[in-house]
Design a protein. Structure first.
Length: 134
């Protein structure tokens, strides 16, 4: 069976189909898992939505951060010091519509597990309107 929580965070298991790289139109007014997103440097897809400890979504760290090689951790015994670079994330990737900023980055080997994750925080204005112009 799957755990009900991991490290005190509730686990919410859902079964769904994701169309990665979909939703490249600037007419899109919502951000969903699979939507095309990007930083000023790279592009990828929005992952699962999160709402704790703040509202946002997951993506790959190598999509969201320019200097990814500089932040790679060979070994880390904890998830401390994962503060992000505050890089802006756009939707679609080549647009001026900012949907959030990188809040946390987990890239490397943490607690015996390898990870490539960025957590993007959405601001209140972006949550209310769906998208915001940069």
């Amino acid at each position: 069976p799957l755990p009900r929580s991991i490290g005190g965070f509730p686990v919410d298991i859902r079964v769904d189909l994701l169309m990665f790289g979909s939703c490249r139109s600037e007419n899109c007014v919502t951000l969903n898992p699979g939507c095309d997103i990007g930083s000023l440097h790279f592009a990828g897809s929005a992952g699962f939505l999160v709402n704790a400890p703040y509202e946002g979504f997951l993506t790959a760290a190598h999509v969201a951060v320019k200097n990814i090689a500089d932040i790679y951790k060979e070994v880390s015994a904890s998830f401390d010091d994962t503060r992000g670079s505050d890089e802006e994330i756009m939707h679609p990737s080549d647009s001026v519509y900012r949907v959030g900023t990188v809040e946390n980055i987990i890239f490397g080997n943490y607690c015996l597990f390898g990870a490539d994750v960025a957590i993007v925080r959405r601001s209140k204005k972006e949550k209310e309107t769906g998208l915001s112009s940069k």
